[in-house]
Design a protein around this ligand. Structure first.
Ligand code: C2E
Ligand code: MG
Ligand code: MG
Length: 327
């Protein structure tokens, strides 16, 4: 197949992806044989094409597991298996300034399903809109509730939005709907986008961001430095914050390259007039290094773990009482 071939004046090259299924002594049907070979062929394609894969029973198990989990995910909202947890964000000068809402899917008998597994799955099976709207709704209800609790009234709620979700038709309207339904203040809300949102329809993304920003909604670029990090869009988009990815923060004390990357992100962000927040800050040494390079907003276990709504409220109120007692 690798041989080039000529058709009219053009030369063509083809490549093949091959799925192989061994059989002989196993009782099986023709349909099943073909289905398994097909599965192996898709594995070959996923592995970069132009190669071959043998079918093994693990492949079928993976496919079955995904189909099963997808089905469960479709019912997760209505079965009340989802919840949001809130992790504080701290500014050196002003103390607690906001919280990031983090989604949890707690599956009976299996515990927590990792987000890295179920967010892509939700995108693939077409339930990310429902899931994302549920997150927006719950986060806005909570944000509106904070407004009535004095030590929490100033906090900004950051909500993660997957890039597919952001580009769904009607996303902007869904945000406005969640805000107006709950009475949450747009200028206390922030959306965390990842760089992958920027490789697709850039002008559409820019328009949506500008519309939301005109109503006060803020934007943070999550996991900065791990994706495309094109400097061109940084100045084109209505961003207000860059988030240094936790993989860099984790090794700032031991890896001089990560330290240099963190330093560069801080300088870049500040020179473009953006806030820079570090995520995944776990130790005093990491915090002190980040402070020394000019980063002054932090999120991570050193400051606060993600808490349930009630536990986060207690955390904030206890902190506030401590501050009052000191004053
Ligand atoms: P992210 O937005 O970068 O969130 C930060 C992740 O780091 C969270 O993981 C958080 O629990 C974890 N983390 C916080 N502090 C520390 C720390 O000090 N050390 C370490 N090692 N980890 C820390 P989580 O909750 O598993 O979330 C993973 C990712 O899933 C998030 O990364 C975000 O991209 C995505 N995600 C979370 N909630 C949502 C959601 O509601 N919608 C969408 N589309 N994506 C979400
Ligand atoms: Mg985030
Ligand atoms: Mg992140």
């Amino acid at each position: 197949m690798a041989e080039p071939f000529q058709s009219q004046s053009l030369q063509y090259r083809a490549s093949g992806s091959v799925g192989i299924n061994l059989f002989g002594h196993l009782p099986t049907t023709v349909d099943e044989l073909i289905r398994h070979a097909d599965l192996a062929m898709y594995q070959a394609k996923t592995a970069g094409k132009n190669t071959y894969r043998f079918f093994d029973s693990g492949m079928q198990k993976m496919v079955d597991e995904r189909a099963w989990m997808g089905n469960e995910l479709r019912h997760a909202v209505q079965r009340k298996q989802l919840s949001l947890h809130y992790q504080g964000q701290f500014d050196v000068q002003h103390g607690l300034v906001g919280a990031e809402a983090l989604l949890l899917w707690s599956f009976p008998g299996r515990g927590l399903v990792p987000l890295e597994v179920f967010i892509p799955l939700a995108e693939q099976i077409g339930v990310i809109r429902e899931l994302g709207n549920w997150v927006l709704g719950v986060a806005c209800v909570e944000l509106a509730r904070w407004a009535a609790i004095p030590p929490m009234a100033h906090l900004v709620m950051a909500v993660n939005v997957s890039s597919q979700q952001f580009q769904l038709p009607g996303f902007v309207a869904a945000v406005f709907d969640a805000l107006s339904r709950t009475g949450a203040r747009p200028d206390r809300s922030k959306l965390e986008l990842t760089e992958s949102v920027l490789i697709q329809d850039l002008s559409g993304v820019r328009r949506s961001m500008a519309t939301l920003k005109a109503h006060g909604v803020g934007f943070s670029l999550d996991d900065f430095g791990t994706g495309y990090s094109s400097l061109k869009y940084l100045k084109q988009l209505a961003l207000e914050q860059l988030k240094i990815d936790q993989s860099f923060v984790a090794d700032v004390m031991t890896d001089s390259h990560d330290a240099a990357i963190a330093r560069t992100i801080v300088t870049l962000g500040h020179s473009l007039g953006l806030q820079v927040i570090a995520e995944g800050v776990e130790t005093v040494a990491q915090r002190d290094f980040l402070l020394s390079i000019g980063c002054n907003i932090f999120q991570g276990y050193l400051y606060s773990e993600p808490h349930s709504a009630k536990a986060f409220e207690d955390f904030v109120c206890i902190k506030q009482r401590g501050a009052n007692a000191q004053a």
